[in-house]
Design a protein around this ligand. Sequence first.
Ligand SMILES: [Fe+2]
Length: 331
Amino acid sequence: MANRESLNIFGASSMGYALIETNRLEQWRSLLQDGIGLHLDCADQQTLAFRMDTHQRRIIVQRGDQEDFIAVGWQLRDQATLDEVLRRLQRLGIEVQISDPSAAAHRGVRQFWRVLGPKRLAVELFWEPLTTDQPLNMLNAGFITGQAGMGHLAITSRKPQQMRRFWQEIFDARTSDHIVERIAGLTLDIDFFRVNERHHSIAIARLRGLQMDPIRTRVQHMNLLTTSVSELTEAFLRCRKLGFEMAHEIGEHPNDREQSFYVMSPSGFELELGWNALVVDEAQWQTTSYQGISLWGHRPEKTGTLHKFSTNLGNFARGVRSLLNPEYSPL
Ligand SMILES: [Fe+2]
């Protein structure tokens, strides 16, 4: 058996698709097609499937009672990378389920291998996406995908060490940097991890000194990147005109220098659209720590006292409830 040191798979994996479950299909269609400007490839009573490049499916929205982000497709470069990941999972004692053909077709891949990841987010491994050369019909001129994948996920955790190990030991994730943010008298520590040249594919946030998770959903936000500042501002204006609440208006992060906005999705997690995120040069990169999540902007749209009070109260209640339910970790 090949040992781990000889097969480093950094650069050989990326975020490949998103699977969302909701009963608010029409709101999701409106947000992703009319707001963010994705290509709606098929729609029926049960499923919406969106494209943003040559992949047949990048975001799949399916009808169901979980209002949540339920699975992320993780694309591996080739069969050899998949074999290496499966060996590591076996070594770690993590169970893997092989997909059936209909579930694979639903996600736009030939086959996938499913793992129940940290916080019960399914991580679905694949290396053969189904692709198409049919033209895209999008309000947005384009999205950054390719080798570095379709975007990133930010996840809150009460077991950040285990979550970090999951991404490091299975996908050779590297730490990009760290941000300390103060919110309502609490300190939030956010670690950013890359698995390829994208500055981060996974961010893990934790409340310092408190084993509480105020976020109901498995994912706090999903990020997509567009190609220009005008694509960003036009999407921002479309989303606002459609009546979607801006969790954070346009602003800039200090670490990857990405300018972005965050819109509340119909399922309660946030969707971040950004542009101009820096690409990591491995030869030059140095891990840094920053104070504050934004250099400028990213102001919440709703700033009223009543809104703040109800949001904080809801988050606090969820945080207290989270003390009663231990967070799932496969490690
Ligand atoms: Fe983000």
